[in-house]
Design a protein around this ligand. Structure first.
Ligand SMILES: [Zn+2]
Length: 100
């Protein structure tokens, strides 16, 4: 189907954008995240889990090692990403369930 192949291409583009973001400087990387999110929205795609964890879900900056603090919280059973830009915390549970 035409639609499905479009979505596949969209996902590929998103993956490429994140690859580029990894190598790019901060400002450009943020721009790539923005573009990737826009593509995902247009095609109603869910970002793969691995990509989701690469940017701040509050201010959408790309997480480079120096821009984020990663901690595990045994209390919440989650990995906590603290954004250095907006100082908000995004949590990803590692025990499955929850999050839905
Ligand atoms: Zn942030």
């Amino acid at each position: 189907m035409q639609r499905d192949s479009n979505r596949k291409i969209a996902l590929e583009r998103i993956e490429i954008l994140f690859e580029l973001a990894e190598k790019a400087e901060d400002k450009l990387a943020d721009r790539y995240v923005y573009l990737a999110r826009k593509i995902a929205m247009r095609f109603n795609l869910k970002l793969p889990k691995t990509l989701k964890q690469k940017f701040c879900h509050h201010c959408y900056i790309y997480f480079k090692p120096k821009r984020v603090t990663v901690r595990t919280s045994t209390k919440n059973k989650a990995v906590e990403y603290t954004c250095s830009e907006c100082e908000k915390v995004t949590r990803y549970g590692y025990q499955r369930k929850k999050n839905k």
